[in-house]
Design a protein around this ligand. Structure first.
Ligand code: DGY
Length: 311
């Protein structure tokens, strides 16, 4: 029997499965993440940690968990975890890979369509009395057939977005680690970011990258806010260097109420809901449970996190 600390209540039957396997599971209650102190106290006697992307798992935390044998993240991203620190301590880390590809790609298309056809503005205008008549020149959006969609990242989610965009008649291209990002950005009408956040990609979309984009380009981000230099994005939207942005993720999350991102023009923001379907969230829980159950039984995790750069 192992002790497992779960950093938030989860949908689906992951917790039940951990308990059925004979483990003692403690769940941090409430809708907010554990504070640092609560997390440290939670892992003090734990053999396993089921963390969320809101929990910072670093060397200090791992050192306060002398029994810890496994960390399973309830996310495909793992930028909240110091993978090198975990590797140094021999603690395997698992991620919820594969299971959120479709949900995230669907949300990307929802953002793309909403931003391309001005849905937030149209919705506000309809409700707030600005819909006076059918307007031949009102609420004009962007045609998708023939539009050039650039996907940053060559992973599963980027490919799933391409699969969805292709039937709309979009011209799709990809840019990866070793390609000329700025040259690719200069050609694109719509740019969608699907690379992980790490030391190489942090602020990859900076002022220079934004300046390389077309003045009417739409930037979509469903990965991590930190891939974009948000201050530069706000400036670019105000200056009209790019046309619009659709963000599922921001930096920080959530932005404080007075954050200038909320007053940037043509900027659609939703609260990090890429994986938010009941089916996907349950599957993410199962993935985390599978990783914990395997590691606690001394077996390899089915979906491990990528190796840290130095490993
Ligand atoms: C992840 O799993 O990394 C997603 O951002 C959660 O929606």
């Amino acid at each position: 029997m192992a002790k497992i600390f779960v950093a938030r209540a989860l949908p689906g039957n992951a917790i039940e499965r951990l308990r059925e396997a004979g483990h003692e599971v403690t769940i941090h209650g409430g809708s907010m993440p554990p504070t640092r102190e609560q997390l440290i106290a939670g892992v003090a006697e734990a053999d396993g940690l089921l963390s969320l992307l809101t929990d910072r798992v670093d060397g200090e935390l791992l050192d306060s968990a002398p029994q810890l044998k496994a960390v399973a993240n309830f996310a495909v991203g793992c930028d909240n975890i110091d993978l090198a620190a975990a590797a140094e301590r021999g603690i395997p880390v698992g991620v919820a890979a594969h299971v959120l590809t479709d949900a995230t790609a669907d949300l990307t298309m929802a953002l793309l369509l909403a931003a391309a056809r001005n849905l937030p503005e149209g919705e506000r205008d309809a409700r707030e009395g600005r819909w006076k008549t059918w307007e031949p020149e009102g609420w004009l959006g962007r045609e998708l057939r023939g539009a050039k969609l650039l996907i940053i990242g060559r992973g599963r989610i980027g490919q799933a977005v391409a699969d969805r965009a292709e039937p709309f008649g979009m011209q799709i291209s990809f840019v990866g680690r070793n390609d000329d990002l700025h040259a690719a950005l200069a050609e694109a009408d719509i740019v969608s970011i699907h690379c992980p956040l790490n030391d190489q990609t942090r602020h990859m979309i900076d002022a220079a990258a934004l300046a390389a984009m077309k003045p009417d380009a739409l930037l979509i981000n469903t990965t991590r806010g930190g891939v974009v230099d948000q201050a530069a994005l706000i400036e670019a939207l105000h200056a009209g260097t790019i046309g619009s942005a659709a963000l599922d993720v921001t930096d920080p999350e959530p932005p404080p109420a007075d954050d200038p991102i909320y007053s940037a023009p043509n900027c659609l923001i939703v609260p990090h809901i890429g994986s938010a379907t009941a089916t996907t969230r349950a599957a993410m829980g199962n993935c985390a449970a599978d990783n914990l159950l395997a590691a606690l039984a001394g077996e390899p995790m089915p979906t491990p996190a990528p190796s840290p750069p130095s490993a």
